[in-house]
Write a protein that binds this ligand. Structure first.
Ligand code: PBG
Length: 321
C-alpha cells in the first residue's frame, strides 16, 4: 500500500474546508467600563488598550465597534459614590443606566448585556449586603440584585448577567423580571465563577477589590469541577438561559464538561488576568499576535458558544487583515 500522509496537506486552502472549530466575531462580547464625568477616555493601566469611558465618549466607541463588526457589549459601571447598600447600582441616574440609554440612542445594532453585581457600588467592595458579622447576607442581597436588573432593563438593557454568585439569585431575578412584564429578557448567569487571582486587573479597573477579606465564601474553589456542574444545573433549573464559566483558560475542562452535560448555550469569560498576560507578551514582542487567536480558539474548541473578551477588537482587526 502506498503510504499517505495522515494530515491533509498540499494547498493551504484545504485547512479551511476541514477546520473543526471556527471563531467568529459574532461569538464575542466586548466589555466596556463606564465612568462618571465628561470627555474621559483613559487607558486602564492594568488592562492595556482598554479604556475607562464617560457616557459622552460612547458614540465614538460604539461606532468603532460597529465598524469592526462587534455587536455585543457587556457593561460595567465605575461609580463615584459608594455606600453600604450600593444605591448607585439601581438608581435610574446610575452610570450604567445612563450608558445603556446613550448606547440605545446611538444605535439599535448593538446588543447590550449588563453585569449585575454590587461590588463596584458597595463601600466595602463585597458582592452584596453585609450582615453585622461581616458575611454577605445572601437572601437580603437577592432583593437588591433583582432591583438592579429591573433598573437596567428599564433603561433598555437587552440581557442581564448576574455575577455575584448568591444562591437563588437566578430564580429570584427571573420571577421579578416576569412579574414586571420582562418575560423576553434573557438571563446569562455567571454560574461557575471561581475565586480566581486572574481577576486582579479587573479589580483595579472597576475599583472593586474587597476592603477586607476575600470572595471565597461565595466564589468557587478552583479545584472543583463537580461543584461547577451542580451550580450550572441549579441555575438552569431556576431559569438561566445561558450559563457561564469564569475564568476561561485555566478552566477549559469545566467548559467542556458543562457543554457536554447540558443543552443551553455556554459562555466563557476570558478574564482580565488572562488578557493582560497575553497582551503584554504580544506588546513586548515575546509572542506573536497569533497567540491571541490560538488561545481564543481553545476556548471555543472547549465548548464555549460565547466568549466575553477584551481581545474582541484585536480579533476583529486580525480578521480584517
Ligand atoms: C464582578 C465581576 C468581576 C469580574 C466580572 N464581574 C470581579 C470579581 O468577581 O471579583 C471579573 C472580570 C475580569 O477579571 O475580567 N463581580
Amino acid at each position: 500500500m502506498i503510504k499517505r500522509p495522515r494530515r491533509l496537506r498540499g494547498n493551504e486552502l484545504i485547512r479551511g474546508l476541514v477546520r473543526e472549530t471556527k471563531l467568529e466575531v459574532e461569538n464575542l462580547v466586548y466589555p466596556l467600563f463606564i465612568v462618571e464625568g465628561e470627555n474621559i477616555k483613559k487607558e486602564i493601566p492594568s488592562l492595556p488598550d482598554v479604556y475607562h469611558l464617560s457616557v459622552d465618549k460612547l458614540k465614538d466607541e460604539v461606532n468603532e465597534l460597529l465598524d469592526l463588526g462587534i455587536k455585543y457589549v457587556i457593561l460595567f459601571g465605575v461609580p463615584n459614590e459608594k455606600d453600604e447598600y450600593g444605591k448607585q447600582a439601581y438608581s435610574d441616574e446610575g452610570i450604567v443606566q445612563k450608558a445603556i440609554r446613550e448606547i440605545k440612542n446611538i444605535s439599535n445594532d448593538i446588543y447590550v448585556i449588563t453585569d449585575i453585581c454590587m461590588c463596584q457600588y458597595t463601600s466595602h467592595g463585597h458582592c452584596g449586603i453585609l450582615c453585622p458579622n461581616g458575611y454577605v447576607d445572601n437572601d437580603k442581597t437577592l432583593e437588591y440584585l433583582s432591583k438592579i436588573a429591573i433598573s437596567h432593563v428599564k433603561a433598555g438593557a437587552d440581557m442581564v448577567a448576574p455575577s455575584d454568585m448568591m444562591d437563588g439569585r437566578i430564580g429570584h431575578m427571573r420571577n421579578t423580571l416576569d412579574k414586571e412584564g420582562y418575560v423576553n429578557i434573557p438571563i446569562m448567569s455567571y454560574s461557575a465563577k471561581y475565586a480566581s487571582s486572574f481577576y486582579g486587573p479587573f479589580r483595579d479597573a472597576a475599583h472593586s477589590a474587597p476592603s477586607f477579606g476575600d470572595r471565597r465564601s461565595y466564589q468557587m474553589d478552583p479545584a472543583n469541577i463537580n461543584e461547577a456542574i451542580r451550580e450550572v444545573e441549579l441555575d438552569i433549573e431556576e431559569g438561566a438561559d445561558i450559563v457561564m464559566v469564569k475564568p476561561a483558560l485555566s478552566y477549559l475542562d469545566v467548559i467542556r464538561k458543562v457543554k457536554d452535560s447540558f443543552n443551553v448555550p455556554v459562555a466563557a469569560y476570558n478574564v482580565s488576568g488572562e488578557y493582560s498576560m497575553l497582551k503584554l507578551a504580544v506588546k513586548n514582542g515575546l509572542l506573536d499576535e497569533k497567540a491571541i487567536m490560538e488561545s481564543l480558539i481553545s476556548i471555543k474548541r472547549a465548548g464555549a458558544d460565547i466568549i466575553i473578551t477584551y481581545f474582541a477588537k484585536d480579533v476583529a482587526r486580525m480578521f480584517k487583515k
